[in-house]
Ligand binder design. Structure first.
Ligand SMILES: CCCCCCCCCC/C=C\CCC/C=C/C(=O)SCCNC(=O)CCNC(=O)[C@H](O)C(C)(C)COP(=O)(O)OP(=O)(O)OC[C@H]1O[C@@H](n2cnc3c(N)ncnc32)[C@H](O)[C@@H]1OP(=O)(O)O
Ligand SMILES: Cc1cc2nc3c(=O)[nH]c(=O)nc-3n(C[C@H](O)[C@H](O)[C@H](O)COP(=O)(O)OP(=O)(O)OC[C@H]3O[C@@H](n4cnc5c(N)ncnc54)[C@H](O)[C@@H]3O)c2cc1C
Length: 670
């Protein structure tokens, strides 16, 4: 759609005049510097001028088939643009992924069918191939001569990877693997792009050689003819059917009937099968084939932040424009943003988007540093990365989904319109809580790490920095509540330590009463999930505070003030959300809680004048927001009417169903 130009809504114009800080300064902080902001904007300009974002009919009014075909068209032209014009016009050689990621949303209200190609296929090639394999597949994948996906989940198993049923049996005579789908439940299910788009995919299968099963390994499999795109003989492939979201991502199913691939198509960076069928196991760590999942979990924290920032921008701008009810008799109707309950719904969204974005950047740097350790042969930091990426993926995607839904509530009935874009944003983020490891499952992975860390600390061993609070707790350090940033973080760490201690005790008590470790663990899993979530909260709180302090060192005073107001709001919000835990595990008193409540309510008032400016500082162009409620000019009612008028349902004054059914019904002739 072409966005009509309107004058700025007067309420929104007034809001912007109230701003106390330099918006550009905050934009630069989140982009990683002035230079990066300017690069990102250049990239956005190129894509927006390309005409690629235009749809003749609103996406939501297209059929599923039309949406898919439209998304393929755009994905192809966007890929071409990335390879050619973007590089030439901007002169930026090393594309910054966040900038490409952001502008991709101007093209796709839903999901690109190429998402898995960039999101998992290419990263798996990079992380799992030998250098010879890399030379064969990486250039082709980057140049889009082959398009791929990642088929791990099956109809019967997603979480439990060791339970996957697809087999890859080595035939030493022909030096090939035979891929087979032995049962209904062994069919690959869900892989993005698999249904109709991709011609290659990474397949996760149980490796058999010399009659022995060595567990799941990764294989590069061509599934379609490169010229005709027909499925190759022995391949059964298709789309799994309509879903809550991901409508244009053609998630697919895949079955193999004794389908043969060359030996060299097993990705052999970590484990190998030699020509004679001898298996060489990974030298360093048994879970290195899970690396792509860790990578995606890390990027999903960024997704949570980005999508939440879109939702809260829409809801805050709408709330500044929308007037409803009365605060006092005979006074004009206030902007709904003036209601403290509305501020309570929304300002935590702004603070959370900041907290998650800074945590995502920190986690990304941690990921890079672990990769560099691993290149040197040191896998010692991998368990902590796995524990961190697991809990942060779980908690950030889950919180973001809840807060995005809260943004929709904040927009009343209009938030329910697809043209608000809030339902799309929600359905995308809701899926992130499940895929790449379900919420509960990932928190249980973190819990394993925490219980081990507890046992290590108990044995007097040093533990890694993110769990050093466990050692302090074991030394008997008592928590004394202080309502400062540091004091609150320490108390949240005391909560996490207290919960881990109880889990360890529960497991031990249950074992003393005769249960084996597995049963004792299983019966404690409700507490273990809770302990891992508490640990994660303490990590986010600490990272957010540290990063804001670090990044605003040379900022202007006003930026420091507003960024710190958000940090304090976040800390107060979580303190009030977790008073039960804090009363149990820290020395917080009722008086302290009263103080925190008052502080929280005062902060809502302090942040109120800057609310619109704070969402403007996410610097999200209208084309990325795709929202009738959230455009920069605040012309909400004009856009709602525009989208109603453009609705294909209104193209004819009388629908044919009147003549076919209603009229005969009215006349008693049906
Ligand atoms: C043009 C547009 C561009 C836009 C770009 C936008 C980017 C957006 C990002 C989105 C990108 C892609 C979209 C993705 C779509 C979705 C894809 C998928 O969902 S793929 C499938 C994902 N599946 C899962 O995540 C499955 C979850 N299950 C598991 O991970 C495992 O089964 C697990 C961990 C639950 C259990 O595994 P297993 O049974 O093998 O292990 P154990 O439990 O016995 O543990 C043994 C031991 O290993 C440790 N461990 C486990 N996993 C790991 C790991 N990954 N790394 C390191 N260590 C690991 C575990 O902790 C145990 O340790 P121990 O010391 O013994 O306790
Ligand atoms: C939009 C979308 C896109 C996807 N894309 C891909 C893709 O491209 N490639 C791919 O391979 N997969 C993909 N998936 C699949 C996804 O990774 C799995 O759905 C996900 O890992 C969850 O696994 P599951 O569906 O088997 O759930 P299940 O494991 O069956 O989970 C169901 C419930 O059981 C609980 N549960 C399961 N095991 C345990 C346990 N041990 N302890 C306690 N509770 C348990 C879970 O917490 C959950 O509440 C996609 C999924 C979606 C929704």
């Amino acid at each position: 759609m072409v966005l009509k130009k309107y004058n700025i809504n007067p309420d929104l114009a007034l809001e912007r005049q109230k701003c106390t800080f330099d918006i550009e300064e905050i934009i630069n902080i989140f982009d990683g510097g002035k230079e990066k902001t300017s690069q990102r904007r250049k990239i956005e300009d190129v894509v927006l001028k390309s005409g690629l974002c235009h749809d003749d009919v609103p996406e939501e009014c297209m059929s599923l088939k039309e949406r898919y075909e439209n998304a393929v068209r755009k994905s192809c032209f966007f890929s071409k643009l990335m390879k050619t014009e973007l590089q030439e016009i901007t002169g930026i050689e090393d594309f910054e992924t966040p900038a490409i990621r952001r502008i991709a949303d101007a093209l796709f209200k839903d999901i690109s069918p190429f998402l898995l190609h960039l999101g998992m296929f290419v990263p798996t090639i990079i992380g799992q191939c030998t250098s010879e394999q890399l030379m064969i597949w990486l250039p082709k994948a980057l140049d889009l001569q082959i398009i791929g996906g990642y088929a791990q989940t099956e109809l019967g198993h997603g979480t439990f990877i060791r339970g996957l049923e697809t087999t890859a049996t080595y035939d030493a005579d022909t030096e090939e693997f035979v891929l087979h789908t032995p049962t209904l439940t062994a069919h690959k299910w869900w892989a993005g792009g698999l249904g109709k788009t991709i011609n290659h995919c990474i397949v996760v299968a149980q490796l058999y050689t010399k009659g022995v099963c060595y567990g799941t390994h990764l294989f590069m499999v061509q599934i379609r003819d490169l010229d005709t795109h027909m499925p190759l003989p022995g391949i059964k492939v298709g789309e799994i059917g309509p879903r809550m979201g991901f409508s244009s991502a053609d998630n697919g199913f895949l079955g193999f009937n004794n389908f043969r691939i060359p030996r060299n198509n097993m990705l052999m960076k970590h484990a190998q099968v030699q020509k004679d069928g001898t298996y060489v196991k990974p030298a360093r760590h048994g879970k290195l084939t899970y690396q792509t999942m860790v990578f995606v979990r890390v990027t999903l924290v960024n997704e949570a932040a980005f999508n939440l920032s879109k939702a809260v921008t829409i809801a805050v701008r709408y709330s500044a424009v929308r007037r409803q009810s009365e605060m006092r008799p005979n006074e004009p109707e206030p902007q709904i943003l003036d209601y403290p309950t509305q501020q309570h719904k929304l300002f935590i969204g702004i603070a959370t988007a900041h907290a998650f974005q800074l945590t995502a950047n920190w986690l990304w740097n941690t990921f890079k540093s672990v990769l560099s350790d691993m290149k040197k042969g040191d896998v010692g930091t991998l368990p902590e990365l796995h524990a961190l990426s697991s809990c942060l993926k779980a908690v950030c995607t889950s919180d973001a989904a809840l807060l995005i839904e809260q943004c929709r509530y904040a927009c009343g009935g209009h938030g329910y319109m697809l043209s608000s874009n809030l339902p799309y944003i929600y359905s995308f983020v809701a899926a992130t809580r499940t895929y790449e490891g379900d919420y509960t499952i990932l928190l249980l992975q973190t819990a394993r790490f925490l219980v081990k860390a507890w046992e290590q600390a108990e044995a007097g061993k040093t533990v890694t920095p993110t769990v050093s609070y466990i050692s302090r707790s074991l030394k008997g350090e008592k928590n004394s509540w202080r309502s400062t940033d540091e004091g609150i973080i320490k108390s949240f760490q005391a909560v996490a330590a207290g919960k881990i201690a109880l889990c360890v005790k529960s497991i031990r008590d249950r074992m003393k009463s005769g249960l084996d470790y597995e049963d004792a663990w299983l019966l404690t899993t409700v507490q273990l999930v809770d302990a891992a979530e508490a640990h994660c909260r303490s990590v986010i709180l600490e990272t957010y505070c540290n990063e804001v302090r670090r990044l605003t060192k040379s900022s202007s005073d006003n930026v420091k003030i507003v960024m710190h107001q958000l940090v304090t709001l976040y800390l107060s919000y979580w303190t009030l959300q977790r008073t039960g835990d804090l009363l149990r595990y820290s020395s917080i008193s009722e008086k302290d809680i009263d103080f925190m409540q008052r502080q929280y309510e005062e902060l809502l008032q302090h942040i109120r004048p800057n609310a619109v400016a704070l969402v403007d500082a996410f610097d999200l162009r209208d084309e990325i927001l795709h929202s009738s409620l959230g455009a920069y000019d605040g012309r909400v009612y004009e856009r709602l009417m525009e989208q109603a008028e453009n609705n294909p349902m209104n193209a004819e004054p009388v629908n044919q169903s009147f003549h076919k059914y209603i009229k005969p019904l009215l006349q008693g002739k049906l």
